[in-house]
Design a protein around this ligand. Structure first.
Ligand SMILES: [Zn+2]
Ligand SMILES: [Zn+2]
Length: 288
């Protein structure tokens, strides 16, 4: 990529407010320092006010608006003109309900350039899960599945009771104690358990945020060929790769749409892997 040969770019030497209480600087500080020459300044706003993990993947526009609101809270609290925030949702894949996925977003707001750059991905690597523990239930298999204790869990009575909620459980003793309290508080002695998806409680999620941070940094190093704003990069893909046998358009990616999130410039590129035809096995005509 030609632009990547240029210097560190528009944010070299700048401070960027990172709105988090969940240790996300551990994932994001290095990519921003090495890739952009920028320093992250922690802005300890209570981002939990803007929602918790609800077990559903919202529409992208909604999630992006929440993430942007977080970044703006960080700007206000810090007084800096550049802010960064991340946001995630976890739940069943919208098209494949058996598969848990995470929708991870990262937004940079630059008030000096009137710029808002979003980087996002659907993350398959997640331990997101929940389970209902019956009074005589076996918990070990589920704990193994969610990679406890390196990944924390949350416990509450199956019938929610005000004030009885245990977050960030990452040792067996604390978990056993929480389960005892939840059983005692639940009319049927049943306990609801779920993975704690907050970044500082979940190393898998922390790695997702790091990958997303690197992707955002790469995007910010590319200036828009039209307006010169940082943030030129992939925005969307276009399906329609033709079948090698009959030429029918398949669901596979035909081209990539690159663009600028400030001025709206767009360019269509061929696939980066150079593929121009689809296998007949993936053709709706040859292999319906
Ligand atoms: Zn532009
Ligand atoms: Zn075909």
């Amino acid at each position: 990529m030609l632009f990547e040969l240029s210097a560190l770019g528009a944010y070299c030497g700048r401070s960027i407010a990172l709105a988090t209480r969940h240790g996300k600087q551990r994932a994001l500080a290095l990519p921003f320092r090495w890739g952009l020459g920028a320093t992250l300044e922690l802005s300890s706003v209570d981002t939990d006010l803007l929602g918790t993990f609800s077990g559903e993947i919202p529409r992208l526009a909604e999630a992006a608006a929440t993430c942007e609101a977080k970044a703006r809270l960080g700007l206000e609290a810090s007084g800096l003109p550049i802010g960064l925030a991340s946001e995630a949702s976890f739940g069943p894949h919208p098209a494949m309900p058996m598969l848990p996925v995470g929708q991870e977003l990262l937004v940079l707001i630059d008030q000096e350039r009137d710029l808002c750059v979003l980087e996002q991905r659907l993350e398959w690597r997640t331990n997101y899960s929940h389970t209902l523990l019956e009074p005589d239930g076996e918990l070990e298999p589920w704990l193994d599945q969610v990679i406890f204790p390196s990944h924390a869990v949350i416990a509450r009575p199956a019938t929610p009771q005000a004030g009885v909620l245990f977050k960030g459980l990452h040792c067996s003793d604390a978990l056993a104690e929480a389960i005892r309290s939840c059983r005692a508080a639940d009319p049927d002695g049943r306990v609801w358990l779920e993975t704690d998806m907050r970044a500082h409680c979940n190393p898998t999620r922390m790695r997702s945020i790091r990958r997303l941070g690197s992707a955002l940094v790469r995007r910010l190093r590319n200036p828009c060929p039209e307006c010169g704003s940082p943030g030129w990069g992939l925005l969307d893909t276009q399906p329609g790769l033709p079948c090698s046998d009959c030429g029918t358009a398949t669901e596979l990616t035909l081209s990539e749409i690159w663009g600028c999130q400030r001025c709206g410039a767009r360019l269509e590129h061929p696939r980066r892997d150079g593929r121009i035809q689809a296998d007949p096995g993936q053709c709706p005509w040859c292999n319906p």
